[in-house]
Ligand binder design. Structure first.
Ligand code: NAD
Ligand code: UDP
Ligand code: UDP
Length: 338
């Protein structure tokens, strides 16, 4: 139903030599926590395509087995239903730690960020695996610096409605650096900015999935507040590319991974109207507390040290997501399977 844009996957090592990510000598054992979720399942697709042995650990809190169904019969793939809040024993070379309820409607209910991250760091330490944390732009809170650079410490309310997510990820970053400094665990930290694409949860309340589902269902697009707050939207294949470069590269980070294109929510609504239905109505709703006014990544560090930058614009990426959503909402067979 949709094709993810593929990019040249080369990494540049410290000596300036290009290492093709697709052509490694030995296949790695890779654990992806949260691998049946939106981002995780796209990452799993790339790792499987590269020939790795992939273990997904997921409790299906927001993820879906459907997202990885196409790998179930592959002997290089293993799916384990497990909550990372409980300890687990595995033997792998790399751990991509994504398990986390990532949308506002879900994340209030779960201590995954702190306890789950601690367990995965304990696992990484025991087996000498390289550990990558998927942190978030939310660690910058309602930022007083714009765009956000990795050296900015953020402006986060510790007791607000969003705090368990923001502060949870901040603690996760702290734990990750403590294991790195104190216990020599090899770590990588990505700070991910708003990401969209096929397989996003349909009704998780995030703005791109809300607008797309609403436009397809002929419902009004719900704009919170005055719609002048900004976000930067990254297509999922760009993010997966960045995560793999970070894991394979030599730098701990943190690295901002996001698309610097900045849109107000009203501008986003316009792109959705242009893509799906020019007659879609807009309905204003009261905004939630502590909603960041602006967000846009400074990605100079990732450009310089990882040789990474996003390549898919919102107007290119949105139609790929729309065809996936259309199929899931209407079961539209004309779109074909994926
Ligand atoms: P998602 O909800 O689709 O994926 C999260 C996955 O983790 C799901 O499959 C869920 O079932 C699983 N999970 C949740 N709690 C778990 C637990 N306790 N044990 C085992 N599995 C558990 O979300 P996503 O958008 O794919 O996010 C992946 C990661 O990227 C998250 O860590 C998130 O914080 C981070 N991130 C995402 C975005 C974004 O815009 N998508 C932005 C910033 C950061
Ligand atoms: N842990 C795990 N799998 C392992 C090793 C550790 O789940 O293979 C968990 C362990 O149960 C603990 C956490 O990771 O809750 C931190 O482990 P670590 O050994 O770093 O700390 P300690 O157990 O010494 O407090
Ligand atoms: N938002 C909106 N309408 C919606 C959902 C969200 O206008 O239906 C706004 C929300 O207030 C925020 C922005 O879109 O300003 C991004 O929200 P999202 O939850 O997607 O991501 P985050 O706030 O975590 O960046």
């Amino acid at each position: 139903a949709y094709e993810l844009p593929t990019r040249n996957f080369d990494l540049v090592n410290a000596a300036g030599a290009r290492i093709p990510l697709g052509l490694k000598s030995k296949s790695l054992r890779v654990l992806v926590t949260g691998g049946s979720g939106f981002v995780g399942s796209h990452l799993v697709d790339r790792l499987m395509a590269r020939g790795d042995n992939v273990i997904v650990v997921d409790n299906f809190f927001t993820g879906r087995k459907d997202n990885v169904l196409h790998h179930l019969r592959n002997p290089r793939f293993e799916l384990i239903r497990h909550d990372v809040v409980e300890p687990i024993l595995l033997e792998v070379d790399q751990i991509y730690h994504l398990a986390c309820p990532a949308s506002p409607v879900h994340y209030k209910y779960n201590p995954t960020n702190v306890v789950g991250t601690l367990n995965m760091l304990g696992l990484a330490k025991r087996i000498n695996a390289r550990f990558l944390l998927t942190s978030t732009s939310e660690v910058y809170g309602d930022p007083l610096e714009h765009p956000q650079v990795e050296t900015y410490w953020g402006n986060v309310n510790p007791i607000g409605v969003r705090s368990c997510y923001d502060e949870g990820k901040r603690v996760a970053e702290t734990l990750t650096m403590d294991y790195h400094r104190g216990l020599n665990t090899e770590v990588r930290i990505a700070r991910i900015f708003n990401t969209y694409g096929p397989r996003m949860c349909l009704d998780d309340g995030r703005v791109v999935s809300n607008f797309v589902a609403q436009a397809l269902r002929k419902q009004p697009l719900t704009v919170y507040g005055d719609g002048m707050q900004t976000r930067s939207f990254q297509y999922v294949s760009d993010l997966v590319d960045g995560l793999m470069r970070l894991m394979e590269g030599e730098h701990v980070g943190p690295f901002n991974l996001g698309n610097p294109g900045e849109f107000t929510m009203l501008e986003l609504a316009k792109v959705v109207q242009d893509t799906i239905d020019p007659n879609a109505k807009i309905e204003f709703r009261p905004n939630t507390e502590d909603d960041p006014h602006k967000r846009k990544p400074d990605i100079s560090r990732a450009k310089e040290l990882l040789g990474w930058q996003p390549s898919v614009t919102l107007r290119e990426g949105l139609p790929l997501m729309v065809s996936d959503f259309r199929q899931r909402i209407f079961g539209d067979l004309k779109e074909g399977g994926s």
